[in-house]
Design a protein. Structure first.
Lengths: 643, 643
């Protein structure tokens, strides 16, 4: 067991090495942007799936709407990215939505942001893995490996386990593992978009007419005319492209110094790449007449169209890198979920075990929990991306809104402080205040725009997706917040009860010692001697009578070996050993309520584990039962056997 | 959990009621003879399956041999039954093969007998249940429920669980449960034989010609001419009819007084019924030209032929009662296996848990173990009777032989004692010794014949069935005996090590107390006070440094709350709490090898179970690790939290 763990996870790392586990900008881009960038693999398709409802209803041009919708989403993306740059500079030690909302808006908004993020991290893993597996199965459409499609859920679980193990090994090694696929995806994808654009420009006539066999509509939509509601639904679906953009602001402490500058630069690069790739995909889908299909992804369809002849091998490269980045995109959550859980644990809103660093300096418990939840979710939804999408992004936009609103409050507060300071200084120096204040005013404005934009999208999302699955998240977030509060109350209560405050000097201890015995042997005699050394004149041995003859023999032997201790024999009509002993202890407690009662358990420990099977585990049961009795001290006096 | 157990098993029964749980002769016949009688359901068929090898090879008359073979087996049955009557009178407290062989031949023969019986009890359950399920599926041959045949293994496991639960409820209730089906089977079966005989006498022309479609040959046999080897093989298969005949001699203490007389009478009845029904079945199979088939049992075939027209319903009655008795036949083993296991446990050859009576006064552990083993076996052999038969009966005949040989030695010894006594008395009174001695001489002769007969059959069985599966048992019995001996050695060794013999007065205890602490709170202070009360000037508190700042604060607080106890801070480069504490304890042990070291563990106990999830289980891990260190006393000082 232990050696299997070593093999998978590696040897333990010293605490002293903690500060050195940092990422360069290039590696950080790979680790933190895989989620955001990879969403280009499905965001366009999710828009088309909703527009298909109008196409089927007879509006042949409805798919054109993918371009304005995509531009709208990209605009939102830019607003959010600029907003987050403010956050990164204001919170260099990590400005996740939880911290920003808690600092500026109060505990409850902070917890709401935290709950929605936790839900979202789980969904990120599930959605990315499901989409990655879809990229793989799309490749095999029409081949004799088409049956792979039936085992999607199993593939998903395999990949989740793979990523979890990579993360349990530690963040530096994860970076090394993920840089290759991320950059391969970026280069391949950009080349595909460029090549595709060039091709349609050079040979505009070579694009085949749309193929409407197996046309797929988003689950929950029926054929209908184009309406604002339908367009907003398509827009909401496409907003999945924005998920993951906040990853960098959560992970600032993992960057090399200067952390904030490096993080902000990385965020700009990421947002630029994401906007380019996402709009590029939508434009390409439009130029090449791609319609969403049951058994093949949109990306797979146009890559297949573009790369023909001697470029055919490039199709496989696109599919492979898409699958790789999607599978690895889940990694963002494996960095963020445990980190957020550890923050919540530190603040006593989650079990404190989440704040422990494991052998490899990572928050192992959070990694394992995330892997479990996302595996269950993927299994429950049969590994199908489009069924998970309506649950997705509610949490993200809720946390975006809270975080941006928090930043607005942050800048207002900072502004007031600065005004107070400068007006002091100015009144001394006579300078105009305007120039100095411009920084916080600009930031306030940016975050204000961000907060309003994300709030509007959140409302749109809830309205258009509520019945398709968003209700689950709307229900889940308050439940999780309630759990946070319940856990918090417990910890506060424990701290209060254990506090040394108001503790008076303790009275001297009045000992009473009870030794349950199963016969007379060396182990028992050792225990009796030990008991006598604690409280020389207050020891009682207790024996449960199961057989009168045996009991009589014991009484006789007691004269010689009882060490002068008083022997009490209790009856057991139902042959139980534990029950009568507990009753006896209760009687003693009632008759001496102020004494400290110690139960000394003689216990012989076999030399080999299997030998335990040859002995009644009565001592174990008794120990378990005594644990729940108040005010009892339990002492084990082991007697180790040889051979 | 506990209430489910109550529902299935019933409320506990007081030990005082033990003596009252006895069976009348009629109930005992039902409980102990179901195994033996039920074997008529498959014994004849197993003979025919071997003879089929010659029939297929062209010897049309080979099936005739079933009659002489059956008569041979019935003769053997009478010899064994008479032999066992001697045992019952000589061992009124239960004369199973284990006891008889151990008493008269020594421990090893006793253990061999015990091992073979244990194996056989498991096989009895598997074979009987498999045959019972075959009776049920035979009924549905050719109907739309024929698919039931595919789920045989599942049926078997269901029935095993049913019987196990009935037995866990207690022997009296089992008797009530099983009397009905057993007597219904006896009456139905005897009526069928009588009716069948009358019918063939009145209308000899009505018997249809044999149906050779789906003809089945015993597994492992190929078509061959009739030979002595083949006839002995058929004979061996048929000997399955004798299994279970020893059940009564094992169960004498369950009879009402006078136990031996009642048991002997019951045995005679049982043997008479068994011989009649077995020979009857074979004769009937011959008269009605029944050949063994793949999908229908022999009994089912001729019951179907005999009961036609307005008697058709009787066919279903035969199948139902056959199935019922077969399924319940397993019950014999559920009475005997736990009883033998408890005897072995009492003699320290099996874990002592097997000698504990459960809530309902039965040996629950044995019942559960038997159910598990037989369920696994039935599953492994796909619930097919004829594949299990070659494993069967080796064990029975081995134990028969050992038991009868033991009885021969027993009578010789008794004879010698009596001769010594009578020759003393005779020399005083001048009476001829002959008349008085006749009793043991007769018994010796009977058991001698029994021993030789069963030994010869055992050899025949091993020779004819070795390659077909008997080798498993031949291999298993020595392995089980080795396990018995290993367990025995352990218990003897434990008793020796724990014995008070040679124990000198102990030196006064030199205490050293170590208190591992995780901080300063009320629970820790209570533990420190407790530690000081044991050894006022020898207490050390140990703290594991995980964070220098936190440790520094602790040191400051220690001045006020440390109760004057010395505080040791140990380092932990890999963030483990348990490892550094264990190392510290080891250092103390090395420097004070003669002291008794007590580790006092402060432990706070949450008010609700789920709250344990919110706390590190370090105390638990530490307790577990300390258990394996020699010569350490571990004391838990719990601090109970509220809410």
């Amino acid at each position: 067991m232990a050696s299997l763990k070593r093999l998978l996870v590696g040897s333990p790392i010293r605490t002293a090495r903690l500060a050195h586990e940092r990422l360069t900008k290039k590696t950080a881009l790979a680790v933190f942007s895989s989620d955001a960038l990879s969403s280009t693999a499905y965001a366009t398709e999710e828009i088309l799936l909703v527009l298909a409802a109008a196409y089927v209803a007879g509006q042949g041009t409805s798919f054109n709407k993918v371009i304005p919708i995509s531009i709208g989403i990209a605009t939102l993306l830019v607003i959010v990215a600029i907003s987050y740059r403010q956050t990164i500079h204001a919170y260099p030690s990590g400005g996740g939505a939880y911290i920003v909302a808690k600092d500026n808006l109060g505990t409850m908004p902070g917890l709401i942001a935290a709950a929605s993020l936790l839900v979202d991290y789980v969904l990120t893993v599930s959605v990315s893995i499901a989409a990655g597996v879809a990229a793989i199965t799309s490749t095999f459409v029409g081949t004799r490996f088409a049956w792979l499609d039936e085992h999607r859920s199993a593939f998903c679980v395999f990949f989740i386990a793979f990523i979890a193990i990579a993360n349990l090994r530690g963040v530096r090694e994860s970076g090394a593992l993920f840089a290759g696929p991320t950059y391969a995806f970026i280069v391949t994808f950009l080349f595909m978009l460029g090549y595709g654009l060039l091709r349609v420009y050079l040979y505009p006539g070579s694009v085949p007419p749309p193929n409407d066999a197996d046309l797929k509509i988003a689950e929950g939509y029926h054929p209908q005319m184009l309406s604002l509601f339908l367009i907003l639904g398509a827009f909401s679906n496409g907003c999945a492209a924005l998920t993951g953009i906040e990853a960098i602001s959560n992970g600032i402490p993992a960057f090399k110094q200067p952390e904030s500058d490096n993080a902000a630069k990385t965020l700009t690069w990421m947002a630029g790449l994401l906007a380019t790739m996402f709009i590029g995909t939508s434009v390409m889908a439009h130029f090449y007449n791609i319609h969403p299909h049951e058994h093949e992804t949109v990306i797979s369809q146009f890559a297949r169209q573009i790369f023909t002849g001697y470029m055919g091998w490039f199709y496989y490269l696109v599919q492979a890198t898409t699958a790789a980045i999607l599978v690895l995109a889940a990694n963002t959550s494996f960095a963020d979920f445990p980190r957020l859980a550890s923050l919540l644990a530190r603040d006593r809103f989650l079990p404190r075990q989440f704040s422990n660093r494991g052998d490899r300096l990572v928050f192992s418990n959070g990694i394992v929990l995330l892997a479990l939840f996302s595996a269950v979710l993927v299994f429950a939804f049969g590994g199908e991306t489009s069924r998970l999408i309506p649950l997705y992004a509610v949490g993200v936009f809720l946390s975006f809104t809270l975080s941006q609103t928090g930043m607005v409050v942050h800048w207002r507060r900072e502004g007031k402080m600065e005004q107070a300071k400068t007006s002091d200084a100015d009144s001394q120096a006579g300078v105009k205040p305007r120039a100095r204040n411009s920084h916080w005013r600009k930031s306030l404005l940016i975050n204000c725009v961000g907060a309003i934009a994300t709030f509007v999208v959140l409302i749109v999302f809830i309205i258009t997706k509520f019945i398709h699955g968003a209700w689950v998240v709307v229900l889940l977030v308050p439940l999780i917040v309630m759990m946070f509060l319940k856990i918090h109350r417990h910890y506060v209560e424990v701290a209060r009860q254990l506090s040394t405050e108001g503790l008076n000097k303790l009275r001297p201890i009045d000992h009473l010692v009870i030794v349950p015995i199963s016969g007379i042997h060396r182990g028992v005699i050792a225990a009796l001697e030990y008991a006598k050394s604690i409280a020389p004149h207050h020891v009682t041995a207790v024996y449960v009578n199961l057989d009168d003859d045996v009991t009589q023999k014991l009484r006789e032997k007691w004269q010689e070996w009882g060490s002068g201790v008083n022997l009490i024999v209790v009856a057991s009509p139902y042959r139980s050993l534990v029950r009568p002993l507990l009753n006896y202890v209760d009687r003693v407690k009632r008759s001496s309520p102020n004494a400290v009662i110690t139960v000394v358990l003689p216990e012989f420990v076999p030399a080999k584990w299997w030998q335990n099977l040859l002995h009644n585990q009565n001592t174990l049961f008794l120990k378990g039962a005594l644990l729940f009795k108040r005010g009892l001290v339990v002492t084990n006096v082991p007697y180790h056997l040889e051979h």
